[in-house]
Design a protein around this ligand. Structure first.
Ligand SMILES: Nc1ncnc2c1ncn2[C@@H]1O[C@H](COP(=O)(O)OP(=O)(O)O)[C@@H](O)[C@H]1O
Ligand SMILES: [Mg+2]
Length: 255
């Protein structure tokens, strides 16, 4: 499964792709290893969709073409939510017009209701649609939001795991660096439960919601794994501000 990866600058064993997200790159000692597929997991409202889109936005500003492949919300509502959450990202429209950010995808649940296709065919369709768009747009950065939706179209857990595996192999073959999101039911670290997708991806970032819900929700982020690369082991608080995510990692305070 592992493919050799080219070496990078600054003595790092691998070439890194900065996420561009404030505080997160310090936690990642520079970024995500190039060509890796990273899963960002959290409960509803944790900010998975916005964080994945900010990754594409920051990378688009650095000249990289990104595809945002949605499996649950329609592209218009994704753009609307992004603009309302991040009003300072005023060049988003320009990046979309110039094809640096391509928002595509489908409502899988809706497809399932309307279609009488077999489940395996559905999954195959989704993956080949994603591959087509990556190739056509010559994208180097990809988001799939969220892979949990694919659980709906597969018949059982072993098949879900196999399907995730196929998705990762295809993305790696296409030479892209990706963030894929997934839903978890446990919102705090103590009741963390791993799902099949966590054993397949190169990197894992968890978003937790803890604290006293009655007064203030505390949102924190942890890098669980980043294959072949150093990362912070500290769970850091984060905020979703009008100018993007702010991760308050100790590493970001000292740099
Ligand atoms: N316009 C906004 N202003 C401030 N915060 C917002 C805005 N829109 C979304 N958010 C924050 O982002 C969260 C939703 O982010 P989203 O990425 O859609 O979550 P997820 O994909 O994890 O369900 C909300 O719970 C809220 O905290
Ligand atoms: Mg979402």
């Amino acid at each position: 499964m592992d493919m050799p990866r080219p070496g990078g600058a600054n003595g790092s064993a691998v070439e890194l792709v900065p996420t561009g997200i404030s505080g997160l790159d310090a936690m990642l000692y520079g970024g995500i290893p190039k060509y890796d597929q990273v899963i960002v997991s959290g409960g509803p409202g944790a900010g998975k969709t916005l964080m994945a889109l900010e990754f594409l936005y920051r990378n688009a500003k650095a000249g990289e073409t990104g595809v945002f492949f949605t499996l649950e919300e329609d592209p218009k509502s994704i753009i609307g939510n992004f603009k309302s959450a991040f009003p300072y990202f005023d060049d988003l429209d320009r990046l979309i017009e110039n094809g640096k950010i391509v928002i595509s995808g489908r409502d899988v649940a809706d497809d399932m209701i309307k279609s009488d296709n077999g489940v395996e065919l559905q999954f195959g369709h989704i993956v080949s649609e994603l591959e087509d768009i990556i190739t056509t747009e010559k994208a180097t950065r990809v988001v799939v939001d969220s892979v949990s939706t694919l659980e709906l179209v597969v018949r059982d857990q072993p098949f879900y795991r196999k399907s995730m595996w196929a998705l990762v192999v295809n993305l790696r073959r296409l030479g892209v660096t990706s963030i894929l999101t997934s839903e978890i039911t446990s919102l705090d670290r103590k009741s963390l439960n791993f799902k099949p997708e966590h054993f397949i991806f190169d990197g894992i970032i968890f978003l937790y919601q803890g604290g006293d819900e009655a007064t203030r929700r505390v949102q924190t982020m942890e890098v669980i794994k980043m294959r072949g690369h150093r990362h912070s082991f500290i769970t850091a608080p984060y905020d979703i501000t009008s100018n993007g995510f702010k991760v308050f990692s100790p590493e970001s305070m000292t740099t």
